[in-house]
Design a protein around this ligand. Structure first.
Ligand SMILES: [Zn+2]
Ligand SMILES: [Zn+2]
Length: 428
C-alpha cells in the first residue's frame, strides 16, 4: 500500500516546483472524506477542509457560496476560463463495505432522525480527484494560460446545490467559464477506464404526488362508496401506457409509481389513496407530454367513476426538478481525444445514456449556454470487476451500502485524464 501511495504521490506532484507545504496526500484525504460524510446542505466540515487545502495551494477562495459551496480561482494569465466541479454530499445509507476506513458516521436528516451516512455515490472520489487535478495544474502552470474556476458544490443528491450556486451568481460574480467539466464515478466500469456520452446523457428527474379522492365507507357496502383503491389500481395500469402508447418509441421516458398508501383496515373503504411517482425523460417535449398525459388520465378516471370536479385527483409536481444533462458534443469530442492521449484509446469508452439524474446539467442550461460535459470515471477494483464478469455476479450500484471504489487507480486516472483535458482546452 505504501508503495502505491508514494507512486501516486510522486505522480501527482511530479517534479519539483511545488512547495513542500502544498503537498497533499490524496489517498489519506480520500479516506478522511470517506469516513466523515455529511448529508446534503450540511457539508460544513467537508467544505471547510477543502477550502483550507485550496487556500494553502494559493487559490482565491470564497466559502459558504450557495450553502456550503466553495468557489476558488486560480488566475494564470490571459486565456479561457474553465470550471471544474465536484459535489460534496453523502447519502443516508449505512455503509456495509467492511473497508477499514468505512463510515460509521451518523447525521441528523431533514426530518430530525439520526441516520447513518455514507459516501455511497462516490462524491469523495470527485472531491479528491478535483484537488489532485488542481495540484497537477499548478505544477504545470507554465504549460497553460487562463483561469481555473473550482466549484465544490453542496447538495447534489437533493438537487438543490447547482441551482443555489447559479442563483447566488457563480456565473456573474466570478469570471464566466468557457467550459464546464465534471467527473462522476461509475459503479460498473473498472478503475483505469473513463467513459463519455455525447448529447443527452442523464435524464430529467421529476417527483410527482397524486392524491386520489373517493368516498369512503363500509367494505361490505361498496355500492355506497367511490373506492379510491380501485381507482388507484386503474390509474397505475393506465400510466403504463404512457411510455408504451403515447410517447414515440424512439424517445426515452420512465413513469414509475414508487409508493402507494391508502386505507387502515380490512373492511373500511378509505376516502383517499396517495401515490408518489418518479418521472424521467430527456427532452422538454417528452417531459411536458408525460406530465400532461398523467393529468389527463387522472382527470378522465375521476370522471369515468362519476366523481364531481371538487373530487378530481390532486396532482402536485415538485417545481425544483433536476433537468436532463446534455453533454455538448464538440466539447465531449475534444475531451475524449485528450483522455485518449492521457490513458490510451483502450481505456476511453463510449457509453450509453442512463435515466439517472445529475444536477450538473443545470450549469449547461444558463443563457448564454456554456458548453458543458460530464464524464464517467471507472471506480471498480479490477479483480472485483473481472470476477463479476467471469462469474456473472452483479456489482453494487451507486447508492448501494456495498459500493466501494478502488481509490488509488480511480483517483490517479481521474487526475491524469482531467488535467490533460484541461491543459489541452486552454491550449487550443
Ligand atoms: Zn447519487
Ligand atoms: Zn452522485
Amino acid at each position: 500500500m505504501k508503495i502505491i501511495l508514494s507512486i501516486l504521490f510522486i505522480f501527482i506532484v511530479s517534479t519539483s516546483s511545488l512547495q513542500a507545504d502544498n503537498k497533499v496526500d490524496l489517498i489519506n484525504l480520500y479516506k478522511e472524506l470517506h469516513a466523515n460524510p455529511e448529508l446534503s446542505f450540511k457539508e460544513e466540515k467537508t467544505s471547510n477542509k477543502l477550502a483550507n487545502i485550496l487556500m494553502s495551494l494559493g487559490l482565491e477562495v470564497t466559502e459558504n457560496f450557495g450553502g456550503y459551496g466553495v468557489v476558488a480561482l486560480f488566475r494564470n494569465g490571459e486565456g479561457k476560463t474553465i470550471m471544474l466541479r465536484a459535489d460534496m454530499d453523502g447519502l443516508p445509507v449505512e455503509e456495509l463495505t467492511g473497508a477499514p476506513y468505512a463510515s460509521r458516521t451518523k447525521s441528523v436528516n431533514q426530518v430530525g432522525d439520526e441516520v447513518f451516512t455514507m459516501h455511497a455515490c462516490g462524491h469523495d472520489i470527485h472531491m479528491t480527484s478535483l484537488i489532485g487535478t488542481v495540484i497537477n495544474l499548478l505544477e504545470k502552470k507554465d504549460k497553460w494560460q487562463g483561469t481555473l474556476l473550482i466549484n465544490l458544490q453542496p447538495a447534489e443528491e437533493v438537487s438543490g446545490g447547482a441551482r443555489n450556486m447559479i442563483k447566488e451568481g457563480i456565473f456573474e460574480k466570478f469570471p464566466r467559464p468557457d467550459f464546464n467539466l465534471a467527473f462522476h464515478v461509475s459503479a460498473n466500469l473498472p478503475a483505469g477506464k473513463v467513459g463519455f456520452v455525447p448529447g443527452w446523457a442523464m435524464a430529467n428527474v421529476d417527483s410527482m404526488d397524486i392524491t386520489i379522492k373517493g368516498v369512503g365507507g363500509h367494505g361490505a357496502y361498496p355500492h355506497t362508496t367511490k373506492d379510491p383503491i380501485v381507482m388507484a389500481s386503474q390509474l397505475i395500469n393506465n400510466l403504463q401506457t404512457i411510455v408504451s402508447r403515447e410517447i414515440a418509441p424512439i424517445e426515452a421516458a420512465v413513469v414509475t409509481v414508487g409508493s402507494i398508501h391508502g386505507g387502515t383496515k380490512h373492511n373500511v373503504i378509505p376516502s383517499e389513496v396517495r401515490l408518489q411517482l418518479t418521472l424521467r425523460s430527456y427532452t422538454d417535449e417528452v417531459r411536458n407530454q408525460t406530465i400532461s398525459t398523467i393529468r389527463r388520465m387522472a382527470r378522465g378516471l375521476a370522471e369515468a367513476n362519476g366523481l364531481s370536479k371538487e373530487s378530481y385527483p390532486e396532482i402536485t409536481l415538485k417545481d425544483e426538478y433536476t433537468p436532463a444533462l446534455f453533454n455538448n458534443p464538440e466539447l465531449t469530442e475534444k475531451v475524449r481525444t485528450s483522455f485518449e492521449t492521457a490513458l490510451g484509446k483502450e481505456n476511453v469508452l463510449k457509453l450509453s445514456p442512463v435515466m439517472g439524474g445529475e444536477d450538473f446539467g443545470m450549469y449547461g442550461r444558463v443563457e448564454p449556454i456554456i458548453p458543458t460535459a460530464l464524464f464517467w470515471l471507472g471506480a471498480v477494483n479490477k479483480k472485483v470487476y473481472d470476477t463479476s464478469l467471469r462469474e456473472n455476479i452483479g456489482l453494487p450500484s451507486l447508492h448501494s451500502a456495498y459500493f466501494l471504489p478502488d481509490p488509488e487507480p480511480t483517483i490517479s486516472t481521474g487526475v491524469k485524464a482531467m488535467s490533460t483535458a484541461i491543459i489541452d482546452l486552454y491550449q487550443n
